[in-house]
Every structure is written in C-alpha cells, then in structure tokens.
Design a protein around this ligand. Structure first.
Ligand code: AGP
Length: 599
C-alpha cells in the first residue's frame, strides 16, 4: 500500500518539484515515509521517514540541481517498520538503479536468500529491495537497462506497480501486476503514477497500464509492451476530473470538504438514471443483464456497511441477497457457481480482500459486478459489469461522500435489477441532495460533538436501514477520534452491550418515521435513558423519541431508505467535529491508509 510516481520532462527540468507535488496528492495511500530519486549522470536519492513534509524540509537545504527525470514514493509499511532506511526508492550497491514499488513481493524471502548467498548486502527490511539487486545482477550479466528491468520483474511473484530509473539515463521503466498504474501524456513530458490526481494538474490524457504490461517513458514518448516484449496498442483516455476537485478548496480538511460535497456527488450519481414519470431506474450499464438470485455482496469497512444496506434493499424488493465481509468470503465454501451474481462494493476498486473475493467468485464461474468510484481500477476492469458511483476523488482516509454515493448507487441497482418501480422512491432519491444540504447548513452536530468530546465511549443504534448507518457512525467515530465506538442493531443492546452504557457513554439513536421499527427503537432508547445515559436522537421528529433524548439532530422527514442517507451525514459531522475538538489528524488517522491493497 503505497503511492508511486515517475516523470520524464521535455520542456522543464524541475523533476523534483513535479515529483513532490505528485506525492502530496498520493499521501492518502500511505504516509510512513517519502522519497525521490533523480536521474542524471548519477542517481540522487533523498528519502525520509514520516510525512512528505519531512522530505520537503530535508530537500529545502539540499543541492538538487536541475533534473528532468525521476521517480518518487510515499509508503504504507508492509515489510519493515517506517524508517529512513525502509523508505523508497531502493538502490543496488553501486547506485546504478533506483526502484519504487507499491504492492507485496510474495517470494521476496526466497529471492533475498538467493541474493544474499551471492554476496549482496541488504540495507533495508523491505520486500522491495530485492528488485534493484536483481536488476543489478542482470546488468552485470550484460543486459541493457530495459532487458535487466524486465528480467527482474519476471522473477517476482505477488502484486506490484514498479518504476525504475538508471544512472546515466533519462528513461523511466515501469511494470504492473495487480497494483494500479496509470500513465500521463503532457506537452512537457510523460508521467506515471498510482492514481490520476498525482499529475492531473499537468495533464488529463492517460493510459491505464494492464496487468503484465511494461511501460517505457522517454521524453514525450510512452511505449507499452506485453510480457513477451511485443508493442501493445494503447488507447489514450481523457480524465474529466478538474484539478480543483483534487485540492482542499479552502477547507481545513479533505474530510470536511468531502462531507460538504455530498449533495453534488449524489446529483452526479443520479444523473440520467432516474425517471420520475415511470418511477423506473435505468442503468444502461446493466442493459440485457439477467439477474439470477441470490445476490451476494462482498466488501470491507464502510463499503461493507453500504453492502449491508444494499442487500437489505434487494431482499425488500423480493430478491434474496446477503452481504459478506470480503475477508471472510470463500467461494469454495459457499454455494457460488455459474448461476451466482457476486457484487463487490469498493470505493477505490483496489482493496485486496474485495478483489480476492471477486476473483474467487469469477473463478467459480459467477457473474461479477463492481460498484466502485474509480474508473480504470482493478475491480472495474476485472468484473463483468461495473456500476460507477461517480462521487469524484475522495482523499480523506475516512470515507464519507463515497458511502452516500454507494447507498444511492445500490438503491438504484436494487430497484433496476428487481424491477421495482416507484415514483415515490425516485422523487425521494432526487430530493436527497437538498435534504443533505439542509443538514449541512446547521450547526447542531458541532454542538453535540463539543458536549461529548470527553466521553469515555460512543454507541450507535439503529434498526432496518438505519442499522448499517449505526455501524458506519461508529466506524467513522473510532477511525478519526481514536476513541471507542460501537454500532449495534438497536434490539441487540439488551442482549449484552447494555452493560457498557454509563453516564460517560452517549448513545446515538437513529429513529425516523413513526412505524413499527421506530417504536421498537424508542423502547431501546428508554432502556438506555433509564440508566442515566445521555441519548442523542437523530430523527425527523415524527416519533416521540425526542422526549427521551438529551439532544436532537434533525433530518428532514422522508422514507426510511433515503432518511438513512441523510441521518448518516449528521453522524459524519459529529465524528468530524469531535476529532477536530480533540486535535486529531483527521485526514490521515494513525495506522490507516485510504486503500488497503494487502490481505
Ligand atoms: C472507511 O472510512 C475506511 N477508510 C475503510 O473502512 C474503507 O471503507 C475500506 O478499507 C474499504 O475500502 P474500499 O471501499 O476502497 O474497498
């Protein structure tokens, strides 16, 4: 789990600045250390443990000269703890080649033992360091740069996006297998990166490298070849993201910006897909799709909460469905076969657990579907059908707008595939952006956050569609405040968790409407209130829950499905303001990374 970047300039010689800018856009992929290698007659490698700012400070006083070519890396540790020496780029003993890598080399120990036996001295604990030593070995055998790079890559097992530069050369070489890598073509040179925001400021023209392919960046030329060295015909795509979209636009944190972007993200998600006259949802991506129930969802973290929500919708509309944590999914141990439909919900499209589950399902013959945000992601490219949630880039580690867009996309998917037609639902979906905006326009969540910033723990309860939202409210709270938080199905409190509630543990209850579920949840709220525990009700005011609550966070009245989307925004804001009050690292919480590309 890391971000890599490479650059070969034609009209400019500030490769260091280009690389540092790119790394700043990739820090969401990890921030344990950062480094760059600049190529010229010799290789200049600069790297530092910690966030990118540590490297920038170190470079401020360094003589780096005018360089056109280089590679860079921002790290999320897998092999070896965060440190200067485990930071990338890694080089061979003679400093002939520098390498950056995202992924995991599964056979690295075997390669390391082999290289050690040949006399190579390793300077880091990383799996990556075997790569420059392998390349150096092939150079000594007489191979040229490209051939040595390819020969080394051929020896690797596992997942990788790798880029390399050589002393005395202004070419960048790259390869990928099961880790993302995108190439950029601009007037001032050529780029590669783990993700588009790294160079979107300079170009919107991209080529997605496929598994098993190699790329050579030389001046303004990019050539892509397959594993046999044959030239591959590539297509250049134009990315529609605005560079502004990938910046903070004046907000203190990406998370706050992304919470506030939810109305526009949802409008994009709905665009062209809702027909108010017929009450139908039309997803052209699913034209001709034959649904064979049951529907099996696989996902992790926030996306799993969205999957729980989606599975419930399918069931409500007559289609058996179940959501699994992707890490617990084993196609062999489940009735997955050629008639199965397996839906992977993944914002990034790169989560290793989810990709593995989808690959297993596919190998068992199932039809696979990706519900994802990232065009060209592994999930998007490896599945039979893709539903894009169109949320735009999400940088903050804590998922916010993508959860809302997943809920919206899954509601549309369930309606379309189960042929559920409802004008009321379509109208309600269209109204969600405005309803969320009304929540964003008031300050109640901030006041609640301030009141309970010192709480010992936070509990969240909900029933039906509000149960996944209770889980999500708790995940958001623990992720960015580092405080204990749990979400429960409201009816489960009395089966154990009630022992945890005290005057120091506010319970957030999501209660909308005045139906049976609301009534029952109010019963659970009374059980909590009777024990002197503070209650925060997230409610549309149609039930009497407010009578038992110490605080009320309002949501505009609507049906339960869309109310849960709006209620979640209140909980996102409570988590955000609590973390703000506690002075936490909101966009980059400790120990986490945006996209978890290891199992
Ligand atoms: C959410 O705030 C977390 N960062 C995390 O749970 C995330 O949702 C999970 O890792 C899955 O990511 P994905 O949607 O990119 O697959």
């Amino acid at each position: 789990m890391c971000g890599i970047i490479g650059y070969v300039g034609t009209d400019r010689s500030d490769a260091a600045d280009v690389l540092l800018h790119g790394l700043s856009q990739l820090e969401y992929r990890g921030y344990d250390s950062a480094g760059i290698a600049l190529a010229d007659g010799r290789l200049d490698v600069h790297k530092r443990q910690g966030e990118l700012s540590a490297l920038e400070n170190a470079l401020a006083g360094a003589e780096i000269g005018n360089k056109t070519t280089g590679i860079g890396h921002t790290r999320w540790s897998t092999h070896g703890p965060p440190s200067d020496r485990n930071a990338h780029p890694h080089t061979d003993a003679e400093n002939r080649v520098a390498v950056v890598h995202n992924g995991i080399i599964e056979n690295y120990q075997k390669l390391r033992d082999e290289l050690t036996a040949e006399g190579v001295e390793f300077r880091s604990e990383t799996d990556t360091e075997v790569i420059p030593h392998l390349i150096a070995g092939y150079l000594e055998d007489g191979l040229d740069h490209e051939a040595a790079f390819r020969a080394a890559i051929d020896r690797l097992e596992g997942s990788y996006a790798v880029a390399a530069v050589f002393a005395g050369s202004e070419t960048v070489y790259a390869a990928r297998h099961e880790s993302p890598l995108v190439l950029g073509i601009a007037d001032d040179g050529t780029y590669l990166a783990s993700d588009v925001p790294a160079f979107i400021e300079f170009t919107d023209r991209v080529i997605y490298l496929e598994d098993g392919e190699f790329a050579r960046l030389e001046g303004d030329e990019i050539s892509v070849t397959d594993s046999e060295g044959r030239l591959v015909e590539t297509s250049i795509e134009t990315i529609e993201w605005d560079p502004e979209d990938a910046g903070k636009s004046g907000y203190d944190h990406y998370m706050r910006k992304e919470i506030n972007e939810q109305p526009s993200a949802l409008r994009d998600c709905f665009r062209g897909r809702l027909d108010e006259l017929s009450g139908r949802v039309t997803l052209e991506e699913f034209d001709g799709f034959e649904l064979t129930p049951p529907v099996t969802f696989v996902a992790c973290g926030t996306s799993y909460h969205a999957a729980l929500f989606g599975a419930q919708l399918f069931r409500e509309w007559g289609v058996p469905a179940h959501a699994y944590l992707a890490s617990e999914f084993e196609a062999e141990a489940m009735p997955i076969d050629a008639d199965s439909v397996v839906v992977g919900v993944t914002q990034s499209g790169e989560t290793a657990d989810t990709l593995r589950a989808l690959r297993e399902a596919s190998a068992a013959g199932a039809t696979t579907v990706a519900v994802t945000n990232v065009v060209g992601s592994s999930a998007a490219r490896e599945t039979d059908r893709v539903l894009y949630i169109r949320a735009g880039p999400e940088i903050s580690v804590a998922a916010t707008k993508t959860f809302a867009s997943q809920q919206a996309a899954l509601t549309m998917l369930a309606a379309a595939l189960s042929d559920h037609r409802s004008r009321e639902l379509v109208q309600e979906l269209r109204a969600v952006p405005d309803r969320i905006q009304s929540v964003l326009d008031e300050d109640a969540a901030r006041e609640v956050a301030s009141t309970y910033a010192d709480a010992g723990a936070y509990f969240f309860i909900g029933r039906g569609y509000h149960y996944p939202v209770a889980l999500e409210g708790a995940l958001k709270m623990k992720e960015i405040t580092y405080k204990h938080a749990e979400g429960f199905a409201a009816g489960e409190l009395k089966h154990g968790p009630l022992a945890l509630v005290t005057e120091q543990t506010p319970v957030f209850a999501i209660v909308t409407g005045d139906g049976r579920r609301a009534e029952k949840t109010i019963g659970n709220v009374k059980e909590v209130e009777a024990r002197g525990t503070p209650v925060v009700a997230v409610t549309d005011g149609r039930s009497e829950v407010g009578r038992y609550a110490d605080h009320v966070l309002e949501v505009p009245p609507a049906g339960e499905i869309t109310s849960s989307m709006v209620a979640n925004v209140q909980l996102q804001r409570v988590a955000y303001w609590t973390a703000h009050e506690l002075g936490r690292s909101i966009d980059k919480p400790r120990n986490l990374a945006k996209s978890v590309t290891v199992e």
